[in-house]
Write a protein that binds this ligand. Structure first.
Ligand SMILES: [Zn+2]
Length: 177
C-alpha cells in the first residue's frame, strides 16, 4: 500500500522530521494511479500518543494530492499503526510477553490494551504468519532458518522492530495491518 514512512520510530521523531524534512513523507507515486510526485496537501490530526498525558497529541499526518486522478493519500510515520489505536511498539511488547507465556490479564495490565485486544493482535499476526514470513524471507533468506510460529517472530523482532518490518511489508504491497 505504501502508506508508511519507514525509520520514524517515535512521535517526537515524527514531529521533528515533519518540521525539518517534510519531503521525506512525499510518496514517489500516487498510490491510486501511479502518477509521479503528488503535491503536499495539508494534514489531518490524529490522537496517537497513548501515554498518560499524551503530550504529542494531536499528531499531524501529512496528506498529498494527485493532480491527475484528484485523489488524496496520507503517509503515516512507521511508529503509528494504520487503523489501530495503539502504536507498533506497544503491539510488539504485548506479542513478546504473550510468547513468553505471560497471561493475557498480566500483559493487558502491564501495557494498557484490553485482554481482547491483546488476543486479537496475537491472532492477527498468526493469520499473517505464512505469507509475511515468506515475503520477509525473500529479502532476508537467512531469516528462514527459524520457520516456526512464533519462533520466527521472536527471532526477527530481535533484529528489527515490528514497526520497520510492517513498513517494509507495506512498501512491498502487503496490506498492513
Ligand atoms: Zn493519482
Amino acid at each position: 500500500m505504501k502508506r508508511i514512512v519507514a525509520g520514524i520510530l517515535s512521535l517526537q521523531q515524527h514531529r521533528e522530521t515533519l518540521a525539518q524534512y517534510p519531503e521525506r513523507y512525499r510518496p514517489e507515486h500516487c498510490p491510486h494511479c501511479g502518477s509521479g510526485h503528488p503535491w503536499h496537501h495539508g494534514h489531518y490530526e490524529r490522537k496517537a500518543d497513548r501515554s498518560p498525558r499524551g503530550p504529542e497529541n494531536p499528531v499531524w499526518i501529512p496528506r498529498f494530492y494527485c493532480r491527475r486522478c484528484r485523489h488524496t493519500c496520507s503517509r503515516l510515520p512507521s511508529c503509528v499503526a494504520p487503523r489501530r489505536w495503539y502504536g507498533w511498539a506497544i503491539q510488539q511488547c504485548v506479542l513478546l510477553y504473550l510468547w513468553l507465556s505471560f497471561s493475557l490479564s498480566f500483559t493487558s495490565l502491564r501495557f494498557g490494551p484490553s485482554r481482547d485486544t491483546c488476543r486479537r493482535w496475537l491472532r492477527w499476526l498468526k493469520g499473517r504468519h505464512p505469507l509475511w514470513q515468506f515475503r520477509l524471507c525473500t529479502d532476508h533468506p537467512h531469516w528462514g532458518r527459524t520457520p516456526g510460529w512464533p519462533e520466527f517472530w521472536v527471532e526477527v523482532l530481535d533484529r528489527q522492530p515490528l514497526s520497520e518490518l510492517v513498513a517494509w511489508l507495506d512498501s512491498h504491497d502487503a496490506t498492513v495491518p
